[in-house]
Design a protein around this ligand. Structure first.
Ligand code: LLP
Length: 387
């Protein structure tokens, strides 16, 4: 649990900044390894969730692979110690130069999302006289029951191949001599906490595999990421239900003897270890509606503005009477609001607030909107030493 003491010497440290509890990250990684290892599953960390170099280096040191969605992510993953043989590369719009970079880096596998992309990968691999390993990302048309912006597995979403496209891909594959289709890939969305959704995904994957491909076509099946975390009670529930997640797939996926299951988890690995630390600049409003104006803005953490996400907020400086506040940033948009009408111990100018569960899709999505600075990061094991 984050406390003012755990942050070290705050007086001299400019806010806002991301604070990472690296012990919690280690514990979470340990749990991922144990729970996935029990079933012989492989996990690739989804770099998009948090591409902070120190965090990446830490994750790589646990032997996880990486799931990348851009050439820059592939390069960074390798720099931070991920084994290229454990790197997968996904995305609907890979450019030629990104594909070339991935081919030249000898990554494990491309996740291909269109027939045209298969043709391009084949051409670029042929120019190098190599055979690229490719998995087909299928769109299983399964509801994830999560926010519309982070739902990816419905037929109206841009991701993956529809059944019609798979049929077309199968027709041309014999002529694509420089790609080897090694498997199938699925990913239906993010922040999914209902295991029934993963059960449905498993059944749909079994069905598509049987209907569209003969037996023994593949040895690689990647079921994506998506496991959600507890944004409401992060302190009492800091490590997500990896056991429930992996065992759901273990129980419901029907595998051939040589098939190995891989995953690409992002949020569940890093979300709970990160907090956004911010200082109260002003308290304002009427007796009916109080605003705590803080020095972090939607440019530092965009999740509440973009997905209506709610993050727990604690006042680390006060244990006074509980009052009700909107916690808002300085950016010139009404969407620059971290929480509406939440109870907090009485807030004063200068108080330090922690916005919790920000380790995933926080720092990495920050921007310079309003010409604000990009937030920096500090780590529990190095007490306030900027990256
Ligand atoms: N694999 C693929 C193909 C993905 O598109 C994603 C996330 C993942 C894996 C990792 O999913 P996770 O385990 O983190 O749920 N910015 C949004 C989340 C966007 C997720 C994008 N794709 C948010 O802040 O909620």
């Amino acid at each position: 649990m984050i406390t003012i003491e755990s942050l070290g010497k705050l007086e001299s440290t400019p806010t806002p900044f991301y604070f990472y509890d690296t012990n919690l990250l280690d514990q979470t990684l340990q749990r991922v390894k144990e729970s996935s290892g029990r079933y012989g599953f492989e996990v690739h960390y989804a770099i998009k969730a948090n591409a902070n170099r120190k965090i990446l280096t830490r994750i790589a040191s646990f032997g996880l692979g990486a799931d990348c969605v851009s050439g820059n992510e592939v390069e960074l993953a390798i720099k931070c110690g991920f084994d290229p043989k454990k790197i997968v590369f996904a995305g609907v719009g890979k450019t030629d130069s990104e594909i070339e970079l991935a081919l030249d880096s000898s990554i494990f596998c491309f996740h291909s999302e269109s027939v045209q992309e298969l043709i391009v990968i084949n051409q670029l691999a042929a120019q190098r006289s190599i055979i690229a390993k490719v998995a087909l990302r299928l769109n299983p048309d399964v509801k994830a029951g999560t926010h519309a912006h982070i739902t990816t597995g419905m037929i109206e979403n841009k991701f993956g191949l529809s059944v019609d496209e798979v049929i077309e891909a199968k027709r041309i594959l014999p002529s694509l001599k420089n790609i080897n289709i090694i498997g199938l890939h699925f990913h239906i969305g993010s922040q999914i906490t209902n295991m029934e959704v993963f059960k449905t995904l498993s059944s749909k994957a079994n069905q598509l595999k049987n209907e569209l491909f003969p037996k023994n076509s593949f040895n690689y099946i990647n079921m994506g990421g998506g496991l959600g975390i507890d944004y409401t009670r992060p302190n009492s529930n800091p490590i997500p239900d990896f056991e429930g997640y992996f065992s759901t797939f273990n129980q419901n996926l029907v595998l051939e003897s040589n098939q190995k299951i891989h995953f690409e988890l992002g949020r569940s690995i890093v979300a709970q270890c990160g907090s956004l630390i911010t200082k109260v600049t002003y308290v304002k409003g009427s007796s009916k509606h109080q605003f705590a104006v803080v020095d972090a803005g939607m440019n530092d953490l965009i999740r509440p503005a973009l997905y209506d996400a709610s993050h727990s907020i604690v006042n680390l400086s006060s244990n006074g009477n509980i009052l009700t506040y909107d916690v808002v940033g300085p950016v010139c948009e009404s969407a620059d609001c971290f929480a509406k009408e939440i109870p907090l111990p009485q807030v004063q100018r200068g108080d330090i607030l922690a916005i919790l569960s920000c380790g995933a899709y926080g720092e990495v999505m920050s921007s310079r909107y309003n010409m604000r600075e990009i937030p920096y990061a500090v780590y529990s094991q190095e007490k306030l030493e900027p990256a």
